[in-house]
Write a protein that binds this ligand. Structure first.
Ligand code: ZN
Length: 279
């Protein structure tokens, strides 16, 4: 292992879906019984890790075409508020999407692995298990298939054929101060990203924990490949992060509320995760 470097880390908010009952957060009907009348928005992010030596994007979100396709698929009640493409968010932070060289893909679901064409110079880093899962026999089940968008999976296969994919198997150092960790459960090949910052080691959980509520209550999210693995992965996230406050869930609007915007102009669009939460 090389000497770790320290990074700035940003969450870029690109979409929010309101009018969503909090009961959709929990697999267990026992846990969701008390929250049927409570609303909980779901927020969609990509993340940017940067220091003087490298800039890495984590996930590529989805685009406006996919928004329309999913709306048609999900019916009238599914009306997300799409704010900006992930590439537009990256540009708002002052980085050129066309010059991003490394993208860590936490998993291949539609809301994490679309828009790869907006990053034409990037190499994509994903778990070997995720590619085999997304293209293998489990995809015969509609329940496991529906969060994947076939065009995005095929795009990744095309990137692979052009030498633009690097596979990770399990846990591995990615760069000094950044490591990747297999956290199966939500999907078979889900990975989270551990990053050293001025406040210590933080973990970008992505969908290993959608909301703070999931990991705090050890309560799985309903879109799940393996419940036991998801529970084990909650514990792994806790071991990897310096404290529960150092774990960043994948879809929680509270992330926007708890962390400061890097500037007034970016209020509501970007928050900084390498500094202590303010709320
Ligand atoms: Zn997601």
């Amino acid at each position: 292992m090389s000497d770790p470097e320290v990074y700035e880390v940003y969450a870029i908010h690109y979409c929010t879906r309101g009018n969503r009952p909090k009961s959709e957060t929990f697999l267990s009907p026992v846990l969701s019984a008390d929250v049927h009348e409570v609303a909980q928005d779901i927020t969609y992010y990509v993340w940017l890790i940067t220091n003087e030596n490298r800039t890495i994007l984590v996930d590529t979100g989805f685009d406006r075409d996919e928004l329309e396709r999913r709306k048609a698929l999900m019916g009238g009640g599914w009306q997300p508020d799409y704010r900006r493409s992930p590439a537009e968010g990256v540009a708002m932070l002052g980085f050129d999407p066309k010059r991003i060289e490394d993208v860590i893909v936490t998993h291949l679901h539609y809301d994490h692995a679309g828009t790869t064409h907006d990053f034409p110079e990037a190499t994509f880093h994903l778990q070997e298990l995720e590619m085999s899962y997304a293209t293998g026999p489990h995809m015969c089940h509609g329940q496991l298939r529906f969060p994947y968008t076939v065009d995005f999976v095929v795009d990744m296969v095309r990137h692979l054929s052009r030498g633009r994919v690097r596979f990770v198997s399990g846990d591995a150092e990615f760069a000094p101060g950044i490591s990747l960790h297999l956290v199966s459960g939500h999907t078979m090949g889900m990975q989270s990203v551990r990053v050293l910052t001025e406040r210590g080691w933080i973990v970008l959980a992505s969908d290993a924990s959608h909301f703070y509520d999931n990991i705090e209550a050890m309560a799985p999210f309903p879109i799940v490949f393996n419940v036991g693995d998801m529970l084990d992965s909650f514990q792994k996230l806790r071991r990897l992060a310096d404290s529960p406050e150092h774990i960043i869930p994948g879809h929680d609007p509270l992330v926007l509320a708890r962390y400061p915007a890097p500037s007034a102009a970016l209020d509501g669009a970007v928050v900084r995760l390498d500094v202590a939460p303010t709320a």
